[in-house]
Design a protein around this ligand. Structure first.
Ligand SMILES: [Zn+2]
Length: 444
């Protein structure tokens, strides 16, 4: 079965299409047009769209759009379920993709949520809750893991989360086991979760080899001013579609009760959707406040919604730059950029080039459009890993490493080591040579 899938995968080029881009760049539209023409089906890779409800704020495709091309992974999780993870998403989406390949359909991934897309593109080596043999590993407790010892755990962590491994000392079994466990529980490398929490993106290398050979990746990008303008318009459009009623209704059905039970929190499930917490004050305002005050809260909500939408769009683009463009490696597929700044001739400037690229890839030819080149590679690596054996210390970052090598403590260790070495190599006269370099051949 697995072999058959592999053969099939090789036969299909591209194996799948991935459409990246910030909110408001027209990803869904492009996906639908490609799907209609190339016998495709669409998978939404968006952590909020999996939930039922909040259709407007989470930018779900409309029923008319869904009628034009089959969409998957939208509106099937109960909003009160908060334990839906990227692993659940990945497992379901992968079996959908496999099924599409069997049916000779082209899978089109539209995203979305960064690590949802990553989970489909790259294979990480441990599979939490996966096959039987791996389940055994996943259920091991942290204390059990710690018994394996730091160095062994560290080698393991290096495979699944090289970024985290790089900043943990190989002897720190406790912390390494903790990171491994986070990975096994969530399917997301611990370092990625921390990055997400810090609202940052970028950093270290991608885990694992590509899951599917020859994916075709499009990135819809746009000049910042044009994008900001479009995002503002998008929010206004959401408002005219009935955003406020949607939020009120959702609040009444689910959130109010949770607030009363004191179990409401905006950290889980669909409640963390953009827009929902921005209107918290408005939605929970007392009955007794004046209309004027109520309107003020509403305007405040709209303004902060516009702000977070812009911020989120920047974050999405930054992720594409950091994850795909800045680090050419064998496991980073080429990305074809499509400029959507001016969409007055969308068919000519966006759709046609995309179809031409796909046509070439299907024929096994090189498209005339070039993938986007890595832009300004970082001159130094802020997260490189250096182990100073002399000081028994792990140093992170090129600059820090240079600084460490010049530091008093390190130089003291160098002198100490040299003295000791010379003493053992040459006997009591060793101190005469203490200013010589380490490379000096001992006098015989
Ligand atoms: Zn040192």
């Amino acid at each position: 079965m697995a072999a058959a899938t592999r053969v099939l995968q090789r036969a299909i080029s591209p194996s799948l299409v991935v459409i990246l881009g910030a909110t408001g760049t027209g990803k869904s539209k492009l996906a639908i047009e490609i799907g209609k023409r190339l016998n495709g089906e669409i998978i939404s890779a968006d952590s909020m769209q999996v939930y039922k409800g909040l259709d407007i704020i989470t930018n779900k495709v409309t029923e008319e759009e869904q009628a034009q091309c089959l969409h998957h992974m939208i509106s099937f999780v109960d909003p009160l379920v908060s334990g839906y993870t990227v692993v659940d998403f990945r497992n379901k989406a992968l079996s959908l993709i496999e099924d599409m390949h069997h049916r000779q359909k082209l899978p089109i991934i539209v995203g979305g949520t960064n690590y949802y897309i990553e989970s489909l593109l790259w294979k990480v080596l441990i599979n939490p809750g996966g096959s039987e043999s791996e389940k055994g590993v996943a259920s091991e407790s942290k204390t059990e893991l710690e018994k394996l010892g730091g160095p062994e755990l560290h080698r393991w962590l290096k495979e699944v989360d090289p970024d985290m491994a790089a900043i943990l000392h190989p002897h720190d079994a406790r912390k390494i086991a903790r990171s491994l466990q986070v990975f096994m529980d969530t399917g997301v490398p611990h370092s990625r979760l921390l990055e997400e929490q810090r609202g940052q993106d970028g950093g270290g290398c991608l885990g694992g080899p590509l899951r599917f050979q020859n994916p075709c990746i499009f990135w819809l990008h746009c000049k910042t001013n044009a994008l900001d303008e479009r995002l503002d318009k998008r929010v206004d459009q959401m408002l005219s579609l009935g955003l406020i009623d949607e939020l009120k209704d959702f609040h009444q059905r689910f959130n109010e009760k949770m607030i009363k039970e004191n179990s409401q929190d905006y950290q889980h499930g669909i409640f963390q959707s953009i827009g929902f917490k921005e209107f918290h004050e408005y939605l929970t305002a007392s009955e007794n406040i004046s209309q004027e005050e109520r309107d003020k809260l509403k305007i405040k909500g709209i303004e902060s919604l516009k702000q977070v939408t812009r911020r989120y769009a920047r974050k999405q683009n930054k992720w594409v730059r950091n994850r795909f463009l800045k680090r050419p490696a064998s496991n980073v597929p080429p990305v074809y950029g499509l400029d959507v700044t001016d969409v007055t001739n969308w068919e000519t400037t966006v759709l046609t080039p995309a179809l031409e690229i796909l046509d070439c890839l299907q024929k096994g030819e090189q498209p005339s459009a070039q993938p986007i080149r890595a832009e300004g590679l970082e001159p130094r690596n802020k997260r490189s890993h250096h182990m100073c054996d002399l000081c028994d210390k792990v140093i992170i970052g090129d600059l820090e490493w240079t600084a460490h090598q010049k530091s008093k403590n390190h130089l003291y260790q160098v002198r100490k080591r040299r003295k000791a070495k010379q003493a053992s190599d040459q006997g009591p006269n060793a101190t005469e040579h203490q200013n010589d370099s380490d490379r000096q051949v001992p006098v015989l």
